[in-house]
Design a protein around this ligand. Structure first.
Ligand code: UDX
Length: 463
């Protein structure tokens, strides 16, 4: 006999594996809804941080939520997977799924956690529900996670074992808000009991709930990211055509986005998409399709466009400066987007490599110091292999003035609020010539031109 459907919001004991963006935000969300949460991570330093109420990742609001939950005794962290599984009834898998060298998804962390949970379940009584939140290619929950759990625990899906895939759609910078107030909840479960158990974890109300099977849920996550990435790539492609016709792509997209069938979001042309999800997930989808024998045309082109776009921004700078060799260039913004310290897949990296290759003396600056330090490490690592002389012409500026002082050109890669506030007079006063290339439409082009700045931007009427 199946256990009775659970009441929404009844307090549950939950273990969350992984304390990266997804794990820590998931843990903070469920703890703040009154559940008892144990975070599990293999890195003792991260566990210690969480136990003192500090998030291992920079994400607004998470520290506050963690501190409150730790103080109330509703959240703690451990490295002991077995103890965590035995002391809880639900385990979320929230570990990373990075790209392998050819773009294929690397499931090593997911497999390791599934093995730990399976083993611990072998010595535990009672029902346990496992929920995959990590972004995994379609069929992973059923074909990879389930067999590992089965082998470790000896359990089959049914009375004592539940399994579901419940993807997240969090944006860095607003992850806690996105998690607390999602615009939809997708639950792909192997059976009705698992589905009801996951659903009971989410507050009822107006949020649409999509009840489906695990493989469909996994596909929803990939298609959402692929679709958004494709919109950006198309906006960038259109931007490059607009420039040729001396038309402003932002004006075009404002009008295009008013078509209800298109909508206004993710049409901002710029230097391309970065971050921990879009590039990795589109690559993983392309590889997964290849393995299934499906020929894709659009998604490989999306990736190609995204590799091209930062180089297009560098080309604008080359034109504006009349050649890059020997020029002092300020690269402003290295985080993959504003309000984050994350430099994963930042478009600043291909720009920096291209600028160093072209023989510039490159100064980089970002309002987030951690992002800046990590980025210079990334450039040095990449330059070492790709550029003669490595990154000896790279320097890290400690503020805007140091970055711009005497520079021949300035390239904006991240639209930080600090940059939006720079008055044109600052560029004119500090730089040798006020050449500004705006990779993210940070400034008002007309205002910059009127103020005497030699301004160009993606999708703008550049000369
Ligand atoms: C994204 C998805 O939005 C989220 O749903 C998913 O769970 C993880 O990936 P995130 O990577 O945090 O979130 O950032 P997002 O705000 O989506 O931006 C991604 C990249 O696209 C950034 O580099 C951003 O600068 C770029 N972008 C975004 C554009 O170039 N133009 C746009 O119109 C929007």
């Amino acid at each position: 006999m199946m256990p009775k459907a659970r009441k929404r919001d009844a307090s549950r004991r939950i273990s969350v594996f992984g304390t990266g963006y997804v794990g820590i935000v998931t843990a903070a969300t469920f703890a703040s809804r009154g559940h008892e949460v144990v975070c599990v991570d293999v890195i003792p330093d991260k566990v210690a941080l969480v136990n003192s109420g500090i998030s291992p990742v920079h994400e607004p609001g998470v520290d506050k939520a963690l501190k409150k939950a730790v103080r109330a005794g509703r959240l703690r962290a451990t490295t002991d997977a077995e103890e965590a599984v035995k002391g809880t009834d639900i385990s979320f898998i929230c570990v990373g799924t990075p790209s392998g060298p050819d773009g294929t998804i690397d499931l090593a962390q997911v497999r390791a956690v599934a093995a730990d949970i399976g083993k611990a379940l072998g010595g535990k009584r009672g029902r346990h529900l496992i929920i995959v939140k990590s972004t995994v290619v379609p069929s992973t929950t059923v074909e990879v996670v389930l067999p590992i759990i089965r082998r470790g625990s000896g359990r089959k899906v049914g009375r004592t074992l539940g399994l579901a895939c419940n993807p997240e759609f969090l944006r860095e910078g607003s992850a806690l808000r996105d998690s607390m107030r999602p615009d939809r909840v997708v639950i792909g479960a192997v059976d009705k009991e698992s589905l009801e158990e996951v659903e009971a974890l989410y507050p009822g109300g107006r949020v649409p709930i999509i009840r489906t099977d695990p493989t469909t849920a996994e596909m929803v996550k990939y298609v959402s990211n692929a679709f958004l990435a494709a919109r950006i790539a198309l906006a960038n492609e259109v931007a490059n055509i607009c420039s040729a016709y001396e038309v402003d792509v932002y004006e075009v997209m404002r009008a295009v986005g008013l078509d209800e069938r298109i909508g206004p979001h993710f049409l901002r042309a710029g230097a391309g998409f970065g971050g921990s999800c879009f590039p990795k997930d589109v690559r993983a989808m392309v590889q997964a399709a290849r393995e299934e024998g499906v020929t894709l045309h659009v998604l490989p082109a999306v990736l190609q466009q995204n590799e091209f776009q930062p180089l297009e921004v560098v080309r604008l700078l080359r034109e504006a400066t009349g050649g890059l060799k020997g020029k002092v260039i300020a690269l402003l913004g290295v985080a993959f987007k504003p309000d984050t310290d994350d430099v994963r897949e930042t478009r600043a990296l291909p720009m920096a490599v291209a600028l160093l290759k072209a023989g510039t003396r490159l100064r980089v600056y970002d309002p987030n110091h951690k992002a800046l330090v990590e980025f210079t490490g990334l450039v040095r690592g990449t330059a070492h292999a790709k550029i003669r002389g490595g990154a000896r012409n790279l320097s890290m500026a400690s503020d805007l003035t140091e970055a711009l002082d005497g520079a021949d050109g300035c390239l904006v890669q991240t639209e930080w609020a600090e940059f939006r506030k720079i008055p044109p007079s600052t560029f004119k006063r500090l730089m040798k010539r006020p050449v500004v290339v705006d990779g993210r439409r940070t400034f008002d082009p007309e205002a910059m031109l009127q103020a005497g700045i030699d301004y160009s931007a993606v999708g703008w009427k550049n000369r």
